[in-house]
Ligand binder design. Structure first.
Ligand SMILES: [Ca+2]
Ligand SMILES: [Ca+2]
Ligand SMILES: [Ca+2]
Length: 319
């Protein structure tokens, strides 16, 4: 087989397959979903049964099942359908929803119902919120079925913790010859229903991670793209029942000796160190960003050691 023929065949094959390769980016699939919900003991909370990415929807018949020893359904309201016929059975743990639209059909993301859930079990218990589709069809007389997938949820008798991350040093420098440890604290985090927080997981945004209420990390690189891109640090707090919350915090890392973050170590960095001379950390942090920037070795005081770092790195460039 000559090379030219092979090329022609490969091109023909590509052209034949091209529409298949493009198709998934245009296709939107219909999904029936219910989101997770969180309650205190004896309390109520609401979530929604939704039908996403639909067109010309006329009829939906959906069954929600749940564990009736953990949660009950109080009400099913606020439907986008003209008519919603809900049948709640808190003994069997089922709620059946029949929705009808008399008009030109429903499009886009449709709310089948706002679901109000009441906790009847104990703190820490949970129930699946599982959906099954009995019928989903278009508004026209042809009764064309709409294919759909299901995205189930969970009802928790527990509120997730609230992760709160703090750092003494929002401005930092690459520490190699001059150690520059960044101190992070999760101690302001809390759990709204009083559970113990059993784990604090940190991701420092540079491929390194840590665990604990207080952690320390030194950066060995900065991200220079004409300006410094901060590292995105995340803290994930987990309560004793396994619910989590994650919070993100940007942390700036400059090259050693660069106080003002312009990518070069020069007289302007020396000036900032001079202006902030003898300034100390106040509590857990600095009173101004400039003080934080002038503390080039993160020892919470601006003194001769910061001046030495500027001198030793004179003329260094981030790029
Ligand atoms: Ca909790
Ligand atoms: Ca500079
Ligand atoms: Ca210092």
């Amino acid at each position: 087989m000559n090379k030219r023929l092979v090329v022609v065949q490969v091109v023909a094959l590509f052209l034949a397959l091209a529409p298949l390769l493009v198709l998934p980016s245009h296709a939107t699939s219909t999904v029936v979903s219910i989101a997770d919900t969180f309650m205190v003991t004896g309390g109520t909370a609401s979530t929604h049964i939704m039908i996403h990415n639909v067109s010309y929807l006329g009829v939906a018949d959906i069954t929600l099942t749940f564990d009736p020893s953990v949660v009950h359904i109080v009400s099913l309201t606020a439907s986008d359908f003209d008519l919603l016929l809900p049948v709640i059975n808190n003994t069997a743990g089922t709620a059946r929803l029949g929705g009808m639209d008399y008009g030109d059909g429903l499009y886009g993301n449709v709310t089948v119902a706002e679901v109000t859930v009441k906790a009847v079990g104990d703190h820490g218990e949970l129930s699946g919120l599982n959906l099954s589709i009995n019928e989903l069809k278009e508004a026209g007389p042809e009764e064309i079925a709409i294919p759909a997938t299901v995205d189930n949820g969970t009802a928790f008798i527990n509120l997730p913790p609230v992760a709160i991350a703090a750092t003494v040093h929002r401005y930092n420098n690459i520490g190699s010859m001059y150690p520059c440890s960044v101190l992070f604290s999760a101690s302001a985090s809390y759990d709204p229903d009083g559970d113990a927080i059993t784990n604090y997981a940190w991701d420092f945004g540079d491929g390194h991670s840590g665990e604990g209420l207080h952690v320390e990390h030194g950066y060995s690189s900065s991200r220079w793209t004409g300006t410094y891109e901060p590292f995105e640090v995340s803290l994930t707090a987990e309560d004793e029942w396994g619910l989590i919350d994650t919070v993100f915090m940007p942390v700036h890392v400059f090259i050693a000796g660069d106080a003002n973050g312009d990518g070069v170590v020069d007289i302007f960095d020396g000036v900032i160190v001079g202006l902030e001379w003898d300034t100390h950390c106040t509590g857990y942090g600095w009173s101004t960003d400039r003080s934080d920037q002038a503390d080039l070795n993160n020892d919470c005081v601006i003194d001769i050691f910061d001046g030495v770092i500027v001198g030793a790195n004179w003329d260094h460039l981030a790029g």
